[in-house]
Each structure stands twice: as C-alpha cells, then as structure tokens.
Design a protein around this ligand. Structure first.
Ligand code: CA
Length: 295
C-alpha cells in the first residue's frame, strides 16, 4: 500500500478545458492540455513550473514519443510536436475524418506503442465521430465508427482487454484486444454509470487493475472494478467538470486530475474558483507507466 495524502491543488491553471493528463517517465513530468486554449503543458511537480506550448489548434490529447518529443491529436488529426522548438508537424489527414463535423479528443497509447485517439461529434445526438489507431509505421486506421464523444481508453493489466468510453452512452465498454495485431473485437458493456455522479470522461488504470474515471459534471474521480462493474471509491474535486486523471510522480503514487472552466455558468464559476485547476492526491494505490508512441 502506497502512502496516502488528501486532494490538493497542484496548479491554479484556470484552464478553459484542461484534459489529457499523462506522466512522462523519462522526463519525470506531467503532460496535459487545454483543448480550447490550444496549449500543451509540461508540468514539473517538483518545482511547480508549467511550461506551455501553443499548438495553434484545438488539441485533444498528448502522448510521449519513445524517440523523444510528443505526439498530439489535433482538431484535424495526428501531429508531432517538438517541445524544444514548439514546431508542430501534422501527419496526413485521417481517413473519413471531416473536421467540420468532429474534432479529435482523448487518446492514449496501447501496450505495443500504437496511438489510439477518437473524435467527438459537433452535432449533439449524432454519432459522427470515430476511434482511430496510429501505428508505429505511420498507418492510420478507423477502428470504430458511430462514436459520439470518444474519451477514456485504457488496457488491462494482462493486455487482453481494452476499456473504452463513449461519454453519452454512460458506460465503459470492454473489447477483446490483441496486442500483436492491435485488433479489437467482442464489444460489450463493462460497467454502467448510475445517474447523479456525472458523465464518464478520461480514465486510467492502477496497479491493481482497477479503473479510475474522471466525471464531467460530477465533481469527482471514481474508482471501479471493471470486471464486476462495482464502484469502489469516490474522490470529490472542488470543480464540477473533471476531465482526466493520470498517475505520476517518482513512485507513480500521485493521481493528477485535470478540470475545466468550460461549460460552467458565471454563478458556477464564482462558486468554483479553482475550476480549470490541476489537482493531485495520493490515493494509496500506485499507477502504471503510460506507454509511449513507438513510431
Ligand atoms: Ca475528455
């Protein structure tokens, strides 16, 4: 059991739409994004320094690259970012992606270093999004169609199951996952989100194989057993729109949590002065290293 500590504000960032938290093992820094602010951040928990790179477009998520640098999912598609120069190099447009109808949102790398990221439909109630896979050789594939708001994506400890959130469905789905080929199959619901605790957004896995889910409009992060569907734990966050979470720190025992100011009324913003902040807690269980993009 890792040592526990209460929730605290790590950075009063006032992000419009903080998202995409991921720990960079080699740098010992936390990357995260402000989607609406077009910014990719690199946060050093040791000093509190938060370096910002303006990438000139909505940025749904960020992942480290094994060879160094970062990979992004921008509004229009995948891109590489050199944090030293701030230079953004877009990859070819993803198949079937119409930036007028959807933008890229959350994504992470699978255990084999493939970068998965999905899009969210601009038209409420219409599933105009998709889930994409960017392979280390640069090939891009549509892995799922008819997606509404593509969000949290994680792989199980035994690397045989992928857990995926399409937010408006109010559940987490499981797929059989083949690490060798990257194929997914046999979609089925893994857990259902009950009413009253918000909508499922970003997610991460801990070292016990349990799923942590940030709850948009729920003011909390939740921990679940994805095999039984049981809600194990709730951590309240003093911001209603909780968007993503990721384990970091030298022992991977700190859960970093991003939040948003977007979607709040003036009255809600007044009542939630820390909305858009980056929070942290040591929940007593560590996480796992996040795979980097292998291409
Ligand atoms: Ca999200």
């Amino acid at each position: 059991m890792a040592a526990a500590a209460d929730l605290e504000l790590a950075l009063d960032a006032r992000a419009a739409l903080g998202e995409g938290a991921i720990w960079n093992e080699s740098l010992q820094r936390l990357h995260w994004v402000d989607i609406a602010g077009h910014r990719v951040f690199t946060f050093d928990p040791a000093t509190g320094e938060n370096h910002a790179a303006d990438v000139g477009a909505m940025v749904g998520t960020v992942v480290p690259r094994a060879r160094g640098g970062l990979m992004l999912a921008l509004h229009q598609g995948f891109a590489a970012l050199d944090p030293a120069t701030g230079r953004v190099r877009p990859l070819p447009p993803p198949p079937e992606h119409d930036p007028a109808k959807a933008r890229f949102n959350d994504g992470k790398c699978d255990p084999a270093g493939r970068f998965w990221a999905g899009t969210m439909s601009f038209v409420k109630g219409q599933a105009l999004g998709a889930l994409y896979r960017l392979d280390p050789d640069g090939a891009q594939r549509v892995m799922l169609r008819d997606v509404r708001t593509s969000n949290g994506i994680v792989w199980s400890l035994d690397r045989r199951t992928m857990y995926y959130i399409d937010t408006p469905l109010m559940r987490v789905d499981a797929f059989d996952y083949d690490e060798a080929t990257g194929a997914i199959a046999a979609r089925r619901p893994a857990l259902a989100i009950p009413p009253g605790i918000g909508r499922p957004d970003g997610s991460t896995l801990d070292a016990e194989g349990m799923l942590w889910i940030a709850m948009w409009a729920g003011g909390r992060v939740t921990r679940w057993n994805p095999r039984t569907g049981e809600l194990l734990r709730t951590i309240r966050v003093p911001a209603g729109n909780v968007t993503s979470c990721a384990f970091g720190g030298p022992r991977l025992d700190t859960l970093f949590i991003t939040t948003a100011r977007d979607g709040l009324t003036e009255a809600q913003l007044a009542a939630q002065p820390l909305a858009g902040g980056l929070f942290r807690i040591r929940p007593g269980v560590p996480g796992l290293p996040a795979p980097a993009y292998a291409g």
